[in-house]
Design a protein around this ligand. Sequence first.
Ligand code: GTP
Ligand code: SPV
Ligand code: MN
Length: 619
Amino acid sequence: MQSIPNQNQAAPTPPPVADFSRQSRHTADNIPPGFPSVPNARAAAWIRWCTDMCRPDRVVLLDGTPRQRAQLLEQGVAEGVFIRLNQSLLPGCYLHRSNPNDVARSEQNTYICTPARDMAGPTNNWLDSRSAYETLRKLFDGCMAGRTLYIVPFVMGPIGSPLTRVGIQLTDSLYAAASMGVMTRMGDIAWEVLGQSDDFTHCLHSIGDCDPDRRYICHFPLDNTIWSFGSGYGGNALLGKKCMALRIAGFQGFAQGWMAEHMLISGVQIDHEKTYVAAAFPSACGKTNFAMLIPPDDYKRAGWRVSTVGDDIAWMWVDHATGRLRAINPEAGYFGVLPGTSPATNPNAMAAMARDTIYTNAALLPDGDVWWEGKTAHPPAHCVDWLGQPWTPGCGRKAAHPNSRFTAPMRNNPALDPAAEDPAGVEISAIIFGGRRSSAVPLVYQAFNWMHGVYVGATLGSETTAAASGKIGVVRRDPMAMLPFIGYNIRDYFLHWFRMRTAMTDCPRIFHVNWFRKNSGGGFMWPGFGENIRILEWIIHRCRGRAYAMETLLGWMPRPEDINLKGLALSPADFAAAQKVNVEEFKAEILAEEELFIKLAGDLPKEIIFIRELLISRL
Ligand code: GTP
Ligand code: SPV
Ligand code: MN
């Protein structure tokens, strides 16, 4: 495999894989007049090959300029893809309503396509790559007749970082193209970064006829290729995000010794001391909120500031000079959950989406503003819901879809960390795993060490949310919040995590949190949001050797006096209740972990078996 490219290396050689996804049968003489020319010969050949297959009426190359962006958005308004929102309230903002059958990631249609099933492992849908190409070629054949194909060149990662890489997405969705312009460093910059290298992710996308029965999100990690057909939704269609930056990059990271994780990255400033943490919570379990956390006033007065490097994805590598883990955010924007987001819960997100934002499946107010459940304390008297139907508070339906989202550039975030653009990334002191668990799981504990922390991450459980289609609220194992995003065999993924330890001399401390535990009345036991700084405070002091903890069954835990509860309507006894570990409940939890281990069967890494035995012996 290729090694991580750096300035001193020659252009990487192409992988030794025969892949007909990139074959070109083009010669210069069959290129129609007006066809956009791109500066990279390999990309040009691949684009021609794809256009020949998809047969769009028009081909438009995106350059990343604000002028072209404005034109495309206006064209989208004319085509009915976008609704222009009130430009004095929300400058540069548009609303998009998706097909009602296409509102979340569809994991059942997501495939890892490799020659051998074992490469995809027991947690992925698998297709043999040759037959997947065949199936999808039939779908892509002529699928863009009457449509425009947008060529979207993009960069994932700050310019100049050792992990930064290029993708090129071809899509017939103006919504996907415009969204990629927000989520990535999109346009001419990508050709500069790419040069004449062929090391780019080949992303082919068509919304097709948006039929759930003809929906395929196919990853070909050996070919650095993604073919996605039949969906326009975020994680299925903005191919730089989960498809490239997690599934494909994760596979490359495994081969090359770095990590691609479903993690936010945030910085915590106390006076002159800055600490960065990364946190993995499953989809719609609080990453964006935690990454943009605003501490309560007395913390602010004491000099505490939280800043955002990223809210969804982290690429991490070991800096061999220091032996420590560093991270970059490959994205340039946020694709955030709307419901529950308000000036009270997340003012930074509200500011970020005040301009140049695409709203998806929100409700439309009469004055051209948008609304969603939880935005204001009281619902509007009437509005148009996400389906385009008249809506009133009593009508029995949600005004916004539960997975309605905003797509906003990260530069709009008032709390953006300056290091978000730093190619050197930031040094990670803590890794925090967290799930959405209404019972059993305590508010916070620290793993005994890296190996135990990997076990804690590997056995992470969380209640399912509206971010993926399927049942909501059932506990499933979601290792490292990556279950839907591991682009290869989970056995190798766990081994990779264990192995990363040996590359570090000083590794991040690993923690587990649960903001979502409920009391018998059904209320949250912990206030969450900005108040999470109190837990983060303990985490940072632990990393710096300044906070006390008790050894418990699960790991190191703070006593009530180790957490600052001043100013909260929460007694030390309430805190103790949120931290309580009920042995019987935990025995059930350990049994529930078998759901995952049975899938891995004989492939379960021995480290996991040993750590589990130790845990059981403690219980
Ligand atoms: P993805 O974008 O799907 O990866 O989600 P995410 O992990 O970034 O989740 P996000 O921060 O958007 O939060 C999802 C939902 O959880 C929203 O409705 C939030 O209001 C809610 N939420 C976030 N943090 C907290 C918290 O600390 N306490 C409680 N009770 N709810 C929270
Ligand atoms: C998630 O589901 O974890 C998201 C949204 O962040 S998507 O881009 O659709 O994956
Ligand atoms: Mn996510």
